[in-house]
Design a protein around this ligand. Structure first.
Ligand SMILES: *[C@@H]1O[C@H](CO)[C@@H](O)[C@H](O)[C@H]1NC(C)=O
Ligand SMILES: *[C@@H]1O[C@H](CO)[C@@H](O)[C@H](O)[C@H]1NC(C)=O
Ligand SMILES: *[C@@H]1O[C@H](CO)[C@@H](O)[C@H](O)[C@H]1NC(C)=O
Ligand SMILES: *[C@@H]1O[C@H](CO)[C@@H](O)[C@H](O)[C@H]1NC(C)=O
Length: 456
């Protein structure tokens, strides 16, 4: 009798636990969620930093902060020289015109890069929302500037014209929001700002645009308890319309980076050079000095296609995804230098995508002796990929890591065909003889892949 009473008391709790509230609002539970498989398979995404900072398009997307808070001299001088003395940052917003913005054209460029997802800034630390947010008045793209819902246009065009998945970037804090400043003055013992601004925005973004990546940023030196991050994430994982496929990153409050949440981003341009077991992403920008568009950038500040391919290869070999940033202009263009780089990555992936997409980190990330060789693998196909960032000048390359077997091991140069090889020594390794191809018959121009089967 007593046992039955206990069971009938426990039953609803058990049902509740295995049903609605699968994840609880604490890090132990949130961190236990497996990363949705699509994200690890995707490997490559495009980051887009666009906002009011694209109007001055000078220095960095941190323009407002460097000018008004840090009073960095080049920013102060830039304003003095080019604008009336009473010009405020807010006065830039009407010049955020986006008259050449065409989301279909953007989608075509993103798709041509071979990327599998994008991440668009919906609100950077300046606080300007790129959609008609319910909690924004006259500091959003529908009320001022383009007078268009830019997030909706990107999301709609992406879904209508590509297989790319939608990701949204959102900054928790806003540099100069008075409610945030009030909470900060109260040492984050009050939470006026997250409850009236940040959290409503996050729920609105998820419900309205159903992104499959939510890229959080800007903890404002406040703990995750102030932002109610685990409360929001429990809702996201249990009850939101994207609960099965959404991935998030690790920027959810002071100390959570590289520690809690979804995949790790650790630091901007994170490139560990060795295998990281927890899923991670290297976010970096084609312009090495800024995420937002910069009119004054010289050619030498844009990474070359050789550098970008090398970064993609190294990142994927070490278990990461690459999130490659472009900064569109205030009038909605993706400048030809960015477009060219994205299309070049796409050309390279057309030949070598087999060694990138859906791969798993191999037991060795790069060759132990021959430099500039990075490995990936596809266990289901029993394939090992060796990506060479340089074409060997004497026509042979030595791979020291793979263990080969005569009569079993096959070596294929992707885009060309089967190549002859010789064992290096009994314990492993091989020498591959590369064909003397004329330049016009090279399968690609910036890095080459050897696919090994029947090797271990
Ligand atoms: C934190 O999030 C949870 C889950 O969404 C919610 O129930 C709770 O009311 C939130 N707390 C605050 C202070 O906003
Ligand atoms: C990767 O794997 C997924 C799921 O198994 C599949 O749908 C997709 O076509 C694969 N992509 C590539 C590029 O092989
Ligand atoms: C392999 O990569 C690591 C990390 O980047 C580097 O330190 C090492 O020199 C590389 N090995 C070779 C042989 O280039
Ligand atoms: C080609 O160069 C590599 C390293 O530069 C060297 O180890 C190898 O012996 C050379 N092969 C031939 C056939 O000269």
């Amino acid at each position: 009798m007593e046992g039955l009473t206990l069971l009938s008391l426990l039953l609803p709790l058990l049902l509740f636990d295995t049903g609605d509230a699968k994840y609880e609002p604490n890090w132990k539970s949130i961190d236990s969620r497996p990363s949705p498989e699509w994200f690890d398979q995707a490997k490559f995404g495009i980051f887009i930093h666009w906002g009011v900072f694209s109007v001055p398009s000078f220095g960095s997307e941190w323009f407002w902060y460097y000018w008004q808070r840090n009073k960095v001299q080049v920013y102060v001088d830039f304003m003095k020289k080019n604008y009336p003395p009473d010009f405020k940052y807010q006065d830039f917003a009407p010049y955020f015109t986006a008259e050449f913005f065409n989301a279909k054209k953007w989608t075509d460029i993103f798709a041509s890069s071979g990327a599998k997802y994008i991440v668009l800034t919906t609100k950077h630390h300046e606080g300007f929302t790129m959609w008609g947010s319910k909690t924004s008045w006259n500091w959003n793209a529908v009320d001022v500037g383009p007078k268009r819902d830019l997030v909706d246009e990107v999301a709609t065009a992406l879904r209508a014209n590509s297989d790319l998945r939608l990701g949204l970037y959102h900054s928790l804090f806003e540099w100069f929001n008075p409610l945030y400043e009030q909470d900060a003055a109260n040492k984050f013992k009050t939470n006026y700002f997250p409850t009236s601004k940040t959290l409503p925005e996050l729920y609105e973004l998820i419900l309205k645009y159903k992104p499959e990546v939510l890229w959080s940023d800007g903890d404002g030196d406040a703990p995750d308890t102030y932002w109610n991050s685990t409360g929001f994430l429990a809702w996201l994982y249990n009850d939101s319309p994207v609960r099965d496929t959404v991935v998030t990153n690790d920027r959810w409050g002071y100390g959570s980076i590289c520690n809690h949440g979804g995949y790790y981003t650790c630091s901007d341009r994170y490139q560990p050079g060795h295998l990281i077991k927890h899923k991670w992403e290297n976010c970096m920008s084609i312009d090495r000095r800024s995420w937002g568009y910069r009119r004054e950038a010289p050619l030498s500040d844009y990474l070359s296609i050789e550098q970008l391919v090398a970064t993609l290869v190294e990142t994927v070999s070490c278990g990461g995804n690459l999130l490659l940033n472009v900064g569109p202009t205030h009038d909605g263009r993706i400048a030809p230098i960015y477009e060219e780089r994205l299309r070049q990555v796409g050309q390279w992936l057309k030949v070598n995508g087999e060694a990138i997409f859906n791969t798993t980190a191999w037991r060795a990330q790069n060759d132990s002796i021959t430099p500039h060789i990075w490995y990936t693998s596809k266990p289901q196909e029993k394939a090992i990929f060796a990506m060479m960032l340089e074409w060997p000048s004497n026509g042979t390359v030595i791979l020291h890591e793979p263990v080969v077997t005569q009569g079993q091991t096959q070596v294929v140069l992707l885009g060309v065909g089967t190549l002859p090889w010789q064992p290096l020594n009994p314990s492993g390794g091989l020498t591959v003889l590369l064909p003397p191809l004329p330049f016009s018959q090279m399968p690609c121009q910036w890095a080459w892949t050897l696919k090994l089967t029947g090797a271990a």
